[in-house]
Ligand binder design. Structure first.
Ligand SMILES: Cc1cc2nc3c(=O)[nH]c(=O)nc-3n(C[C@H](O)[C@H](O)[C@H](O)COP(=O)(O)OP(=O)(O)OC[C@H]3O[C@@H](n4cnc5c(N)ncnc54)[C@H](O)[C@@H]3O)c2cc1C
Length: 407
């Protein structure tokens, strides 16, 4: 069995784990990343590229890390966000000019994000990517964490001062340590697909609340739009079984005619939705980041944006500790990360959950409340500004990477 020593061992090479490896590698901190899904098993680029909305704060972090330039050709800036309620009067608009920003956010294909992160990790001498490989077990010792990893080249024993769980919503590390979570299911799934509308999207993102659930239509490259349609679990099978023409007809009925007819639709995928928050973000020699720490309803497009702020904060805490000659896996150091992240986690979980619930109810008092709420939001600029700050990822005390400074 081979063995190796690192400063940080990251389990999970999704968008969040890979971003952390890039940030630490840039600081020359010996880092290993373990990912179980082989790179070549990931999808090929095409019409069906999945996309996510990146907040302006995320753009800034990527820019500081030197990752925005290679990503920029694939992203679509959002100039305006239009929020409306199907068949009702309430609507609100956020505008980049009103907010005084170049864009309210950006829509990026996940494959391109993954490619840019993988290329960077492979160029950083301090980062070792071990993929495909699977974490089999680990133990937290006094001075180190010892991990057993299974790979096609044989089993490996890896030692590090800190283990980072970036292993997603179903985190095996979180479960193994019995870290308590707050969790609830929505009884809803997100049906996602790409469409090509007749009219140009003009860089507008639409969030529309319909009787079957919220519907987001995000502008993408090549005249495409990414659709995230929330439907109740009991309707998922039906929606997935519709042929393309029937699906388009239902979508047009829910979305309206703002973009003209929908001319093309891609393959559909369905994701069951839940909200999850780990009650502890750190333990001795362990930190949780990304979906392992918090999994959100996608309605407000906040999941990765929250995760990248975990990355920026944890990087700063680790770098500061190492500079001061401290042990980055020591609980006193890690508590700084947990304390710093707590309010952002709670605020974004509460904000997303409130929106998900408010806009899924069809009871008359609730629809009236949200219609007047939306109109009110449109008129009340401090409330709107707060909404904008949250959706742009700018609320709260920001780590150096979010302020355009190297960690
Ligand atoms: C429909 C939908 C739309 C969304 N839209 C947006 C949006 O617009 N904006 C936004 O910010 N967010 C959005 N999100 C959320 C965003 O996709 C996630 O928050 C983000 O991708 C989570 O990344 P992660 O790296 O934390 O977790 P994951 O992507 O789940 O990565 C975890 C990785 O860990 C690996 N792994 C697990 N266990 C092991 C092990 N034992 N050994 C080795 N590897 C392991 C897995 O293979 C996986 O690659 C959306 C989510 C959904 C479902």
């Amino acid at each position: 069995m081979k063995s190796a020593e690192y400063e940080v061992l990251i389990i999970g090479g999704g968008l969040v784990g890979a971003s952390l490896a890039c940030a630490l590698g840039e600081q020359n901190l010996p880092t290993a990343l373990i990912e179980s899904v082989p790179i070549e098993a990931r999808e090929q680029p095409g019409y069906d590229d999945r996309a996510i909305a990146l907040a302006q704060g995320t753009q800034r972090i990527f820019n500081t890390m030197g990752l925005w330039k290679p990503l920029a050709p694939s992203v679509t800036p959002i100039h305006r966000i239009h929020v409306s309620d199907r068949g009702r009067f309430g609507f609100t608009r956020l505008d980049r000019e009103e907010e005084g920003v170049e864009a309210l956010g950006y829509v990026a294909p996940i494959l391109d994000l993954g490619r840019v992160l993988a290329e960077r990790m492979n160029r950083l001498p301090a980062v070792k990517v071990i993929c495909p490989a699977q974490l089999k077990g680990f133990s937290q010792e006094e001075q180190s964490v010892e991990a057993e990893v299974e790979s096609p080249e044989g089993d490996l024993n890896l030692s590090a001062r800190l283990l980072v769980a970036a292993d997603g919503a179903r985190s095996g590390i979180r479960d193994q340590l019995n870290i308590p979570v707050t969790r609830w299911q929505y009884g809803q799934s997100a049906v996602i697909t790409n469409i090509t509308p007749q009219l140009p999207h003009r860089n507008i993102a639409y969030e529309r609340f319909t009787d079957t659930g919220p519907l987001a239509v995000l502008p993408m490259t090549d005249r495409r739009c990414a659709v995230v349609w929330t439907v109740e679990d009991r309707q998922v099978e039906f929606v997935m079984s519709l042929d393309d023409d029937e699906f388009i007809a239902r979508l047009e009925d829910r979305f309206g005619s703002r973009l003209g007819r929908l001319e093309k639709v891609g393959t559909r995928q369905a994701f069951p939705l839940q909200m999850l928050r780990a009650k502890e973000a750190v333990r001795h020699r362990l930190a949780l980041i990304g979906n392992a720490a918090h999994t959100l309803h996608p309605i407000a497009g906040q999941g990765f944006n929250l995760g990248i702020r975990d990355v920026a904060t944890l990087t700063e805490v680790i770098v500061d500790a190492v500079r001061q000659g401290l042990d980055p896996g020591e609980i006193g150091v890690l508590n700084r990360y947990a304390d710093w992240r707590r309010s952002d986690h709670l605020r974004v979980v509460a904000f997303t959950d409130a929106i998900a619930r408010l806009f899924s109810w069809q009871l008359l008092p609730v629809t009236l409340l949200r219609d007047t709420g939306m109109v009110g939001l449109d008129l009340l600029s401090p409330a709107k500004r707060l909404f904008a700050r949250l959706t742009m990822g700018r609320a709260g005390r920001m780590p150096r990477l979010s302020r355009g400074m190297k960690p």
